[in-house]
Design a protein around this ligand. Structure first.
Ligand code: GLN
Length: 493
């Protein structure tokens, strides 16, 4: 058993068979994660005491005869999810001293299934960003090149798994925050259907889009985590009451007879030649594995980013109204309560969060509501309709997860350039579809010498997670792209 490099499945199997103990996995991971993190800054806080206590509980339960699907699996948790007794900052100064009074349902289900909490991971403030650079606390590095971003907003969760500082992790995805960093860090990142996983205990960004999902080094491990956390939660009214089909153990091995939709509007000719070549090879591999490629059209594709940047800021301006210095988080006092609100919010929020609150407040203001927010909601319906029409012709849609490989720090100073990073992921989010990014090769960036990973985005109709993970699994097994790259910086940490 290799506690650092083994899959979640292998670790859980060893612990359940009592060939290994959760305690020995924890004792190996604790110093290793700290060493790797000295380079990566993936974690805002490591939680060795919680990890040890949980390992003891897991070993006791296994000794008593229980079999736990995630027994002894090291898990990193994005710091916008509450874990009882841990600082939960959402990457923001306004929550610098906030200690969670309860545990998020998704996290609790993983802990109940035997996962070991390694720590809380860095993120763009309130999950707003595509590079991790909007965190108020740290710059997480890409494990494949420390001069580059890991992607965002789930920066630390992607870097921790990609850099072998955790076996699996949790992220949240509103417009691409699991899929884009997964692509950048050579890992699988999976966003389930909106409503499939409880959001209780996830600090809200845009509530109609937010969804929790796993990062893992294989599709099968992502499936294992998903199976444990999916399903109705009485504490989240938007979680869907619909039976969850188990996915792990039901993943297909080939793509024979599968119709893969390639979106006409997602023109690969716009991409850098090396990136384009990688995606063309990925499509050819799908065909080689027995899939039939069919062209589908998403006439709304180019309106995705504009639509998202009305809906997401509108919801964020409302969700973030609660951070006012009264009940929790930062408070900067003033002569009266109004001044206290102003000073608290001015000091507590970073520039990108303020920008979103301004855009969102404007889009919702009377006189502009119909022109912006309402129109964006109507456009959103069109996305769902366009995808439904596309799925009449195919089983799964394949596209790039991101249009570039990981870029260098400070490379994108223009907010719009950063927003466009989610060009391929946002339409899928607006339609609420299950979607993932699976490693599909690498390209050497213009300003670099080292090949950097890329991810293939797959998306399927609502609530077809098993099919989606199955297609990804078949592709992954046949191509093994993740294994062809090793993170140079942390491999021997
Ligand atoms: N990059 C997008 C944004 O900044 C998506 C973020 C996310 O999915 N949380 O809003």
């Amino acid at each position: 058993m290799d506690p650092i490099h083994d899959s979640a499945r292998a670790l859980a199997r060893a612990v359940n068979a009592r060939d290994a103990s959760a305690a020995e996995i924890a004792e190996a991971l604790i110093p290793h994660a700290a060493r790797a993190d000295a380079q990566l800054a993936a974690y805002l806080e490591l939680t060795p005491e919680l990890m040890r206590a949980q390992a003891r509980r897991v070993d006791e339960r296994v000794a008593a005869g229980e079999s736990l699907p995630l027994a002894g699996v090291p898990l990193a948790i994005k710091d916008n999810m509450c874990v009882l007794g841990t600082r939960t900052t959402a990457g923001s100064k306004i929550l610098e001293n906030f200690v969670a009074p309860y545990t998020a349902t998704a996290v609790q289900r993983l802990l109940d299934a035997g996962a070991l909490p390694v720590g809380k991971t860095n993120l763009d403030e309130f999950a707003m960003g595509s590079s991790g650079e909007n965190s108020a606390y740290a710059l997480t590095k890409n494990p494949y090149d420390l001069d580059r971003v890991p992607g965002g907003s789930s920066a630390g969760s992607a870097a921790a798994v990609g850099g072998f500082a955790a076996t699996v992790s949790l992220g949240s995805d509103t417009g691409g925050s699991i899929r884009e960093p997964a692509a950048f860090c050579n890992v699988v990142g999976f966003k389930p259907t909106y409503g499939r996983v409880s959001r209780y205990g996830l600090i809200a960004f845009a509530s109609s889009l937010d969804q929790i999902g796993p990062f893992a080094r294989s599709v099968e491990d992502a499936a294992l985590v998903y199976d444990v956390m999916a399903g109705k939660d009485p504490l989240d009214a938007t979680s869907v009451d619909r039976a969850v089909e188990p996915t792990a153990g039901h993943l297909r091995e080939d793509l024979r007879g599968v119709k893969v939709g390639i979106v006409k509007e997602f023109d690969l000719a716009k991409l850098d030649p090396a990136v384009r070549a990688c995606y063309e090879a990925a499509y050819a591999d799908l065909e080689r594995l027995g899939a039939e490629l069919v062209e589908v059209t998403l006439p709304t594709a180019d309106y995705g980013v504009a639509t998202y940047y009305l809906i997401a800021p509108a919801e964020c301006s409302s969700n973030l109204a609660r951070f006012d210095g009264v009940r929790y988080g930062l408070r900067v006092d003033g002569p009266d309560v109004g001044a206290m609100y102003e000073r608290t919010r001015a000091a507590g929020f970073g520039p990108e969060v303020k920008r979103r609150i301004l855009i969102g407040t404007y889009a919702l203001s009377s006189g502009y509501y119909d022109a912006y927010y309402l129109k964006a909601q109507k456009a959103r319906t069109r996305f769902a309709e366009d995808f439904a029409r596309a799925f009449e012709r195919c089983d799964v849609i394949a596209s790039p997860a991101a249009s570039t490989t990981a870029f260098k720090f400070n490379a994108k100073s223009d907010p719009l350039a950063m927003y466009l990073m989610d060009y391929y992921t946002i339409p899928v989010s607006l339609a609420g579809l299950p979607s993932l990014s699976v490693p599909c090769g690498a390209a050497v960036p213009d300003d670099g010498t080292r090949p950097m990973p890329l991810g293939l985005q797959l998306a399927t109709p609502l609530f077809t997670e098993r099919a989606l993970l199955g297609y990804a699994h078949a592709y992954e097994r046949a191509t093994q792209h993740a294994q062809k790259l090793t993170p140079p910086e942390t491999a021997n940490a």
